[in-house]
Each structure stands twice: as C-alpha cells, then as structure tokens.
Design a protein around this ligand. Structure first.
Ligand code: ADP
Ligand code: MG
Length: 138
C-alpha cells in the first residue's frame, strides 16, 4: 500500500518518521528497505524525534547498531549494509527485539530476515526518476 508519494525533501521524509512514531506501540520492529540514499536514516531520525529521543541520531553504518533512550524506552537502530555475516550481532538484535520497551529499526535486514518478528512493519522507499521518493508499506 502506498503511504506517501512525491516526497521531494529531506524534511518531508523526516516528518513521515516523526508521524509514524506516534503510532508505534512497543515492542516494535520496523524494517526500512531502499537503495543507498533513499532516506532510511532520515526516516529513522524522524522516528527518534517523534519518540522523544534527544540525542543526535547518526547512521550506524560503521558500528552496525546504535542505541538511544527516550522517556519510557529505547530505540535501537541497525544498519547491516554489505554485511554478509551478521555473526555476533544476531544475538544482540534478537535480544533487543524481545525487549518490551524497545523500538528496533533495521536498514538492510536481508541477512537477519529470519530474526525479525512475524508481521513486523516493512516500509519500502523508492527513488523515482525525478528524484522524489515514494513510501510503500509492504
Ligand atoms: P539511506 O539511509 O536510505 O541511505 P539517508 O537518509 O542517509 O539515506 O539520506 C540520503 C540523502 O538523501 C540525505 O542527504 C538526505 O538529505 C537526502 N534525502 C532524503 N530524502 C530525500 C527526499 N525525499 N528528497 C530529496 N533528498 C532526500
Ligand atoms: Mg542509512
């Protein structure tokens, strides 16, 4: 189902995440799918602010995961880009997914797909020819 079309700016992308956060019920796992530069991390920043995270959210590309606290819970943001073997991260991911007050956001989840809970939210971000983005819920 298409949720949003003609997204032409980073701000609108952020707002999508911000609004999404209001409807999140913990524990929640959110998978963000899309090419490099599609806006996955931008949406995550919006989710974080919507949840009440005060720290700055940055891409976890090198650390693989980053954890932020907000009043009432934690946000854990994973990015498994080009990671062929998630190895030890699997345990960490499974633990966080099982935490009652945790929101888990995953970019490039292909190699950990088996660990994500059944029925988790999946959002596909498409980059259109004109550079705008379309967000679809899968
Ligand atoms: P990803 O995590 O999917 O690789 P990012 O969220 O890091 O992507 O965003 C990549 C870049 O694209 C950022 O510089 C951001 O400003 C820009 N961007 C994000 N969404 C849009 C949009 N809808 N239109 C134009 N630029 C965007
Ligand atoms: Mg990213």
């Amino acid at each position: 189902m298409i949720l949003m079309e003609n997204i032409a700016s980073e701000e609108e992308m952020f707002k999508f995440g911000f609004e999404l956060a209001k409807r999140i019920v913990c524990p929640a796992t959110i998978e963000l799918i899309g090419d490099v530069g599609a806006g996955k991390t931008t949406i995550t920043k919006g989710i974080a602010q919507g949840l009440g995270v005060e720290d700055e959210v940055t891409s976890p590309s090198f650390t693989l995961s980053k954890k932020y606290s907000f009043p009432g819970g934690n946000l854990v943001h994973y990015d498994f880009y080009r990671l062929s073997d998630p190895g030890i991260m699997c345990e960490d991911l499974a633990e966080n997914i099982a935490e009652p007050n945790t929101v888990t956001v995953v970019e490039w989840a292909d190699t950990v797909a088996d660990l994500l809970p059944e029925g988790h939210k999946k959002y596909l971000i498409k980059i259109n020819d004109d550079g705008t983005r379309t967000i679809e819920e899968l």
